[in-house]
Design a protein around this ligand. Structure first.
Ligand code: ATP
Length: 362
């Protein structure tokens, strides 16, 4: 089901100060996608999710789910949470410790007054789906963190919601379990084909899980796109910087050359991805460390974007070395293959593929 949000605004007053948690947010979340709200702490992700759920009352705007308006200031509509047809999975598993796995998952159906046979059938089916068969009678707290999170997911799914909402559901798990549970979640959600709204500040989680990501800043949505679009082809400097490590260098457009845009920057003249920008536009050149190619020769290579730099520092981090390379007044962070024989102080040839020289807002 599609979720449509128009002009959503929410203020909080805390210790005499007004905080604009949501500032006139317009957003359409397409049906049957995993849609992630991503941004730093305090940018308004949880507030937006809680407004969709109905746990928070906005100051203004409208929210509709599957074409039905569930909240509207202008029309005076406020559908209560339990009537919005949503499932929720939160950071704290919120499972009941004194209940068995079965009773935890059965709870939403019992509240609805469904028959015992129907509850048994639906709980069994959902536990099979989240691969928790055989632990029905175990106390929910006697499960691993990952299993407890699957119980929480089963409880959200058992009532067959139209939309499922996740608020940082993996953040209490250790790194390895988080990665495993993330993969499971992606596969569960893929086979269900329902709309999921997922809140996180973890960029890798957002990239790995989502069909679409909205990057937020201070109560606004800055940019929306697929993980690939956001990572490789962001429009905004803030988004390019937030989603991954990036060298960000001030630049000015000096012309176009076929499908490349030419800029002048602290690295010298650089051919970059195409942007329809007039000559003289101030931009930011964004180059991710993994796309900087180094060879040990002290001469700048031939061809486009071949420049010369000096290795200021080299740090071994496992699969690669991380290098700080001085080029004129700029310093580039690069990842260097351990097979390339370089050391601190060496002059190296640096090659930048124009396709990976992104131009984002200044
Ligand atoms: P986090 O990742 O830390 O959960 P978030 O992006 O989800 O952050 P919100 O929790 O939505 O951000 O908060 C947005 C802003 O509103 C923040 O400045 C926060 O301090 C403020 N805020 C949230 N809830 C309240 C509240 N109940 N009372 C006062 N201010 C609040």
């Amino acid at each position: 089901m599609e979720i449509r949000i128009q002009g959503l605004t929410k203020h909080y007053v805390s210790e005499g100060k007004t905080v604009k948690a949501l500032d006139n947010v317009d957003l359409t979340i397409p049906a049957n996608t995993i849609f992630t709200l991503l941004g730093p702490s305090g940018c308004g992700k949880t507030t937006l999710l809680r407004c969709i759920v109905g746990l928070e009352t906005p100051d203004d705007g409208e929210i509709s789910i599957g074409g039905e308006i569930v909240w509207s200031k202008a029309r005076g509509i406020a559908v209560p949470t339990e009537k919005r047809g949503l499932g929720m999975v939160f950071q704290t598993y919120a499972i009941w410790p004194h209940m068995s796995v079965f009773d935890n998952v059965a709870y939403p159906l019992q509240i609805r007054g469904e028959s015992k046979d129907e509850i048994k059938r639906k709980v069994a089916q959902t536990l099979r789906f989240v691969q928790l068969e055989g632990v029905e009678n175990r106390s929910a707290t006697k499960l691993s963190g990952g299993q407890q999170q699957r119980v929480a997911l089963a409880r959200a799914l058992v009532a067959e919601p139209k939309v499922i909402l996740f608020d940082e559901p993996l953040s209490n798990l250790d790194a390895k379990l988080r990665e495993e549970t993330r993969k499971e979640l992606r596969s569960f959600m893929g086979s269900l084909g329902i709309t999921a709204v997922y809140v996180t500040h973890d960029r890798v989680e957002a990239l790995a899980l989502s069909d679409s990501i909205a990057v937020m800043q201070a109560g606004h949505i800055v940019e929306i796109g697929s993980p690939q679009k956001i990572y490789f082809d962001a429009d905004h400097r803030y988004v390019a910087d937030f989603i991954g490590r990036a060298n960000l260098i001030a630049a000015r457009v000096v012309g176009q050359d076929g499908d490349l845009t030419l800029v002048e920057s602290g690295l010298g003249p650089i051919a970059s991805q195409h942007r329809s920008l007039p000559t003289g536009s101030e931009v930011t050149l964004c180059i991710r460390p993994e796309f900087i190619r180094i060879d040990g020769s002290s001469q700048a290579g031939a061809g486009r974007n071949a420049i010369s730099g000096t290795i200021e520092s080299l740090e071994f981090i496992g699969e690669v070395y991380e290098a700080q390379i001085r080029v004129g007044n700029e310093r580039l962070l690069a990842r260097i293959d351990p097979d390339i024989p370089v050391k601190e102080g060496d002059t190296v040839s640096v090659n930048l593929n124009p396709a990976h020289c992104l131009l984002v807002s200044a």
